[in-house]
Write a protein that binds this ligand. Sequence first.
Ligand code: DHY
Length: 337
Amino acid sequence: MSAAPDVVRSAYVQLAVTDLAASRWFWVDMLGMHVQHEDEDALYLRGSDELTHHSVVLRAAPVAALDHLAYRVRTPEDVDRAERFFTELECPVRRVPAGTGTRGVGDAVRVVDPLGVPVEFFHDIARGERLIQRYDLHRGAQIARLDHYNICTPDIPAAYEYYKSLGFGCSETIEGDEHELYAAWMFRKPTVHDVALTHGPGPYLHHIGMATHESHQVLHTADVFGALGKEHHIERGPGRHGVSNAFYVYLRDPDGHRVEVYTSDYFTGDPDYETHRWNVNDDRRRDFWGNAVITSWYKEASPVHDLDGHLQPIAEGNLDESSIKVGADGLGIVKPS
Ligand code: DHY
């Protein structure tokens, strides 16, 4: 098997949205993301700490879905490595030369990964002006950067093995008494995750996590949605996660794409970092204060496209446990291989 590409981090997501003006209100006015470029087809947004062209692209389309998520790789040669790696896995693979794909992004490879998720690997991307200390421009939820993706997939052990083969570490898991794997949080950058794997029918994009610096910004975001009578955009929280220790609120954008405003997780880069394992019966695992998880959080997610923009078919989970206590860990138990 060829070497895996050296993934640096989760870098950007491209979402198909049905009403760009409504999306602009949510992502720019409410979340405070900065507009790097906009035209009648798309919005290119980034957080205040990000020095690259975009971390969120919103593309106007008739149906809301995930176009692709993207990982930045360390060198241009890693783009070639990605092409070889996924060709050997017999995944659909497409080379996207600079100038023919997403604005600002250089030479890239797009694949449908073994989980059925459309993923881009790129190295080159245009730079953006440094906004870190442009406090005069920081607004709304004051999003600093993209932090992670969360994917719904019916076979968590297989997904875990696939991401390990791509060189990802595992910061935390939720497991049953026999170490059945319910969920896993996996990283390349030294934080809790670049990607989380949630059990259930899939492939779906469960959410994207956007980092802000302080927990009061999470609370303020919820307050402003309430003040405007737009509280229906708040789905779950605010609260403190058990897994990751992050402070969070989950929002739904005008198309139902789920966004987590996320802060205060921790460093995982030491060479002897050990996976922290939560038992599925520990009520603090998902919300550290034991608050229940709302049904829509584990029943709804965004469909994903293939490389031609068609919706990917869905494989069901094998058990439905959403009505019993373990609910939020996904919809079934799968033993690791
Ligand atoms: C959890 C979910 C996330 C995350 C960290 C931890 C666990 C949970 O509360 O469900 O999306 O980023």
